[in-house]
Design a protein around this ligand. Sequence first.
Ligand code: BTN
Length: 242
Amino acid sequence: AGRTIKLYDSVDSTQTIAHKLAQEGAAEGTIVLAEQQTAGRGRMGRSWHSPKGKGIWMSLLLRPRMPLQFTPQLTLLVAVALCRAIRKLEPLPVGIKWPNDLLIEGKKITGILLESSAEDERLHYVIVGIGISVNLETGDYPETLRSVATSLRIASGREWSRTGLIAAFLEQFETLYKLYHDEGFEPIRASWEALSVSLGKTIRARTPKGEVEGVAESIDEMGALRLRTPDGKVTKLYSAEI
Ligand code: BTN
């Protein structure tokens, strides 16, 4: 309630607009939506395919009450909210690949990108970028993405209402965000683990410090993935490519 939603036809990236609004003092909960992005951003410096009218390309402004080092927890919270929202609308086999990709049968349907302002610890904000491939058909993907990406439409065989899904997401998100501030990360951590497709699997991760391989054991209290490496030790990952 009382949330500002800004809807654009075509933008370079909804993230860029959300940063600008945040710096101008926009309130927590401000949302930027676009029909199309011409320079959609993905994680790890990649681009994000955002064709017109086919998906949800959205940025959500948060002003969290906890310090910046807790941002990995928020990342997992958003993934849980998104996964629950989709499953509530249709019982598709959606799972979370660490840290925050949603997959159906091994193919990606959503991507989440968190960008935070680091300059002032007390006034920091986080822009949660969410890309959901809703009504894309196989032909809407470039050849290179077809083997790794899918959409809700491809997975379910029907068109989805984008507004219905946005509303379902915001409802789940608000519930979890409140729970997080009231009870801390533990309930979110437990829900994430229950929805994960990564735990118990051998994972090879590219980190800023190099490659590591190990079995994904659990998520710790800070939101890091605990990997058991072949030498029996535990490595913690906060952000990586797997
Ligand atoms: C990923 O690499 O998986 C993250 C993709 C995030 C894409 C979304 S779409 C809305 C928002 N604006 C952007 O430019 N990127 C995010």
